[in-house]
Design a protein around this ligand. Structure first.
Ligand SMILES: *[C@@H]1O[C@H](CO)[C@@H](O)[C@H](O)[C@H]1NC(C)=O
Ligand SMILES: *[C@@H]1O[C@H](CO)[C@@H](O)[C@H](O)[C@H]1NC(C)=O
Ligand SMILES: *[C@@H]1O[C@H](CO)[C@@H](O)[C@H](O)[C@H]1NC(C)=O
Ligand SMILES: *[C@@H]1O[C@H](CO)[C@@H](O)[C@H](O)[C@H]1NC(C)=O
Ligand SMILES: *[C@@H]1O[C@H](CO)[C@@H](O)[C@H](O)[C@H]1NC(C)=O
Length: 438
């Protein structure tokens, strides 16, 4: 702060004179550049190859009403084709319909900076049978960042014609940094075949009763770190599906939602293999499930080397579930113990504490087929009832877990049967009217 006006005024004079000179110089340089441009580079776009491509420069309005899809498409073509590889959604609200961002791009790293909001069409304006709202494919080292929100408009119908709001396919080295997804029409984010993905400080928001609004679905991906953030939604916070390996989830808050799930694996007789999965330092609040592994009878493959550690449960209906009897779209009573089985081998539940809102705090349901469930360890577990005047218990069948005290509620398991079960498979995949248990 200056006490006298004089030197300040002087400064202004100097700066003003410099400005005038600078402007003259700039005009001159611009004229020269334009002349060169007219002769050598007729395309004006080539003049800003090192900059961010702003969707507004391509005619996007960002007024929350106009369909900006075409402008965004054009902007993407330029960003993907430029050495800078940077696309920007500036301040505003950009309405876009189903759109595909395809690579490969010219730049080694492609950054999409979302400052304003990006909003989907309302359900009535959506073309039927479009599976993804915003699909990103074949783009290596794609980074999506910015404080803006992806608004899927799910609340206009929670539709079935869409599978996911943000779909990533074959984007190795993907990074989602501080991304926010609100009210996806169905699943929020799908990561498929994107090795070496990093997702940090994710923010996913949808109502507890919104149907099938999984937070993050991971499949066919080797190497994924999901660090920090909040997922509150109507279905699984995170689901880890077939052919996924080296998946680490840390410091995530889940709730409401259906918890963090490995599977379902082996759906419709599929062969699914997953392994090397850790879920560490996560908190579940008012969720239907906490940590879960679920496989469907009649599928094959395996789930191995999975660790759930340092987990806090707050008023969770089913804090710990491991089941080989998961039959979606079917009356659970009809879910039979048939061959083949997705084998489970090497699961650690360590340092899990908190409260359960229902009675069965630990539920382990393995197939009676020998060798179906091996190497399950429970260590340092303390789950109390949310309602202090009741107590919680556990169920365990056909497993022989290693229980390292203290483990409360106590777990006593019926030993695995050595009898191979006969094939008795009456799964009707067309039946959608059964009870979906998650
Ligand atoms: C989608 O299908 C529904 C019912 O079949 C129809 O009423 C609606 O007009 C269709 N929407 C579009 C955008 O085609
Ligand atoms: C997952 O965690 C393990 C153990 O801390 C570490 O060795 C591995 O590199 C991590 N993998 C990823 C993809 O972050
Ligand atoms: C357990 O997780 C919490 C976050 O929920 C973290 O703050 C704490 O450091 C973790 N403790 C250990 C021993 O890893
Ligand atoms: C799980 O992975 C750890 C670390 O790589 C390894 O030491 C252990 O043998 C594996 N266990 C199983 C059952 O594969
Ligand atoms: C807690 O459990 C007791 C005994 O079952 C029951 O009477 C009471 O209503 C429960 N309290 C709540 C808040 O659910």
């Amino acid at each position: 702060m200056s006490t006298s006006n004089f030197p300040v005024k002087n400064w202004f004079l100097v700066i003003a004179m410099k400005r005038v000179m600078a402007i003259h110089t700039r005009i001159l340089i611009t004229c020269i550049l334009m002349m060169i441009g007219l002769v050598v580079v007729p395309k004006v776009q080539n003049l800003f190859t090192s900059e961010e491509t702003d969707v507004m420069d391509f005619g996007a309005k960002g007024d929350g009403i106009t369909d900006d899809s075409l402008a965004v498409n054009k902007a993407w073509s330029r960003a993907c084709g430029s050495t800078a590889g940077r696309l920007k959604f500036g301040p505003g609200n950009f309405v876009v319909g189903p759109i595909t961002f395809s690579g490969p791009c010219k730049a080694k790293t492609v950054v999409v900076n979302v400052i304003g909001d990006v909003t989907a069409f309302a359900k009535k304006n959506w073309h039927n049978n479009t599976d993804t709202w915003m699909k990103f494919q074949n783009i290596d080292n794609l980074v999506i960042t910015g404080s803006g929100h992806f608004k899927g408009q799910g609340a206009t119908g929670w539709w079935d014609s869409c599978k996911q709001a943000l779909g990533f396919h074959a984007c190795n080295g993907l990074q989602l940094l501080g991304v926010t997804s609100i009210d996806s029409p169905r699943n929020h984010i799908s990561v498929n075949a994107c090795d070496g993905t990093v997702i940090s400080n994710i923010n996913i928001i949808a109502p507890k009763d919104s149907p099938n609004t999984d937070g993050i679905d991971i499949s066919a991906t080797n190497g994924l770190q999901l660090n920090g953030g909040n997922i509150g939604t109507g279905d699984d916070c995170v689901a880890i599906n077939g052919e996924s390996f080296n998946i680490n989830i840390t410091n995530l808050n889940c709730g409401p939602g259906h918890g963090i799930s490995v599977g379902s694996l082996g759906r419709n007789g599929a062969r699914d293999v997953v392994g090397y999965i850790t879920v560490d330092g996560c908190t579940f609040t008012d969720t239907q499930n906490g940590v879960r592994i679920k496989t469907v009878p009649g599928g094959s493959g395996s789930a191995s080397n999975i660790t759930f550690s340092n987990i806090t449960m707050r008023n969770v209906e089913n804090p710990i579930i491991l089941t080989q009897f998961y039959c979606p779209h079917q009356n659970p009573k009809k879910c039979k113990d048939i061959l083949p089985v997705v084998k489970i081998n090497g699961v650690w539940f360590n340092d899990i504490h908190g409260t359960s809102s229902k009675q069965n705090a630990i539920n382990i349901a393995c197939s009676a087929n020998s060798g179906s469930c091996k190497g399950i360890t429970l260590q340092n577990i303390n789950i109390q009832a949310s309602n202090s005047s009741v107590s919680v218990g556990s169920t365990c069948q056909n497993a022989n877990p290693l229980v390292i005290p203290p483990v409360s509620p106590s777990v006593v398991c019926t030993p695995p049967s050595l009898i191979e079960m006969a094939l008795d498979y009456n799964y009707d995949e067309k039946s959608q009217d059964g009870i979906a248990i998650a």
